[in-house]
Each structure stands twice: as structure tokens, then as C-alpha cells.
Design a protein around this ligand. Structure first.
Ligand SMILES: Cc1cn([C@H]2C[C@H](O)[C@@H](COP(=O)(O)OP(=O)(O)O[C@H]3O[C@H](C)C(=O)[C@H](O)[C@H]3O)O2)c(=O)[nH]c1=O
Length: 181
């Protein structure tokens, strides 16, 4: 597993070792020992999967409030996404800063996102399916979000008129978001 560090301590891009042969490839898509080796000792308790039919779909930016905040391990089963994290830890020197990464069925990259970050992605091709592990169960009452195109965050998305859920269309700006990290 190759580990690529990001601008945020704790946010890491992971490149699994794919064993390629004439049939295709095999890889260990998750191995707990590797996460212990990189200092991630939380236990994943829930797996999620979503399909976005059209390119230019943005899901996010989402997070759960403490005590139900979630670390996430995101990967792409099929398709390509531009995956974005935003530091929402109020006392962090990088509060409100973001970074984006291309995850795809081709680069097999996975993104490890610790608690304290909002997460969202934009699909770049049709029928993109993502699969991600979280270390805290879903809690609708702790589910929060930040508007994708908040001008202060100024995220450079690959689309300007995305497909959004009704919920995501009405998310607050970061400065009005409820945060307790
Ligand atoms: C997240 C979640 C949702 N749901 C239900 C709630 C809604 O009735 C339905 C769709 O939920 P939502 O529109 O929040 O799904 P996404 O827009 O894909 O949100 C997710 O995508 C962004 C990028 C994330 O990082 C979050 O993990 C997650 O919020 O599934 C559940 O039953 N369990 C869950 O864990």
C-alpha cells in the first residue's frame, strides 16, 4: 500500500497493491493491519455505497456532529470522482481550507478522511459508484452539511451547474454551519 500525504495531517491517499495478470487484477481492498501501521486505530462499523447516474452530480459537503462524527475511507467501484475534503475544526490553522483528489476505478486510490472534515464529491462520468467505510453509525439528527459553492471556501469544482439533492441545494454557508469539532 502506497501512502500519499495531503496538506492536512490525517487525510491520506492510499494506493493498494494491485496484482495484475492476464485475467485482470486482485487487490486487498481493505486490511485493518495497514491502518494500524499508519496510525489509524478507529474501527469501521458501517459500509456505504452510492450510485450517481449522471456526470456532474455533486453529493455533499456532508459531516456528522460530535459525538457521532465520522472518519471515512472512500473508494470508487466504477467511474471517476473529484473528491473534496474541507477542514471544519474551528481551532485548526487550516480551518475552512479544502483539497480535492481524483479517485477512480482506474487509479484504485482510496481517501482516508479523519473526523473533523466535511466531505463531498463530483462525479465525472456516468454510473459512478462509490463505496466507503465509516467509523460511526449514521445519525440523521447529527447529519449536517455546507453549501458546495460557498464563495468563502471557493472550491474549484469541475462543474458549475451540478445535479444536487434538494437537501444539498439548501445547505448553509460554512460561516452559518453548526460545528462542534
Ligand atoms: C449517509 C446515509 C444516508 N442514509 C439515508 C438518508 C437518506 O434518506 C438517503 C440518502 O442520503 P443522502 O442524500 O445524505 O446521501 P448522500 O448525498 O450520498 O450523502 C453521503 O454522501 C456524502 C458525500 C458523504 O460523505 C456522506 O457520507 C453522506 O452524507 O440515505 C442512510 O440511511 N444511511 C447513511 O449512512
Amino acid at each position: 500500500m502506497n501512502v500519499i500525504h495531503s496538506k492536512f495531517p490525517g487525510v491520506k491517499l492510499l494506493e493498494p497493491n494491485a496484482h495484475v495478470d492476464h485475467r485482470g487484477y486482485f487487490m486487498e481492498s481493505f486490511n485493518e493491519s495497514i491502518f494500524q501501521d499508519i496510525g489509524f486505530n478507529q474501527k469501521f462499523v458501517q459500509d456505504n455505497q452510492s450510485l450517481s447516474k449522471d456526470p456532474g452530480t455533486i453529493r455533499g459537503l456532508h459531516y456528522q456532529l460530535n459525538p457521532k462524527s465520522q472518519a471515512k475511507l472512500v473508494r470508487v467501484l466504477s467511474g471517476v470522482i473529484y473528491d473534496v475534503v474541507v477542514d471544519i475544526r474551528k481551532n485548526s490553522p487550516t480551518f475552512g481550507q479544502w483539497e480535492g483528489y481524483i479517485l477512480s476505478e482506474y487509479n484504485l486510490r482510496q481517501l482516508l478522511i479523519p473526523k473533523g472534515f466535511a466531505h463531498g464529491f463530483c462525479t465525472l462520468v456516468p454510473d459512478t459508484q462509490i463505496y466507503y467505510k465509516v467509523d460511526e453509525f449514521y445519525s440523521a439528527e447529527h447529519d449536517r452539511g455546507i453549501l458546495w459553492n460557498d464563495p468563502e471556501m471557493n472550491i474549484t469544482w469541475p462543474v458549475s451547474n451540478p445535479i444536487l439533492s434538494n437537501k444539498d441545494e439548501r445547505l448553509p454557508l460554512l460561516k452559518y454551519a453548526e460545528l462542534n469539532f
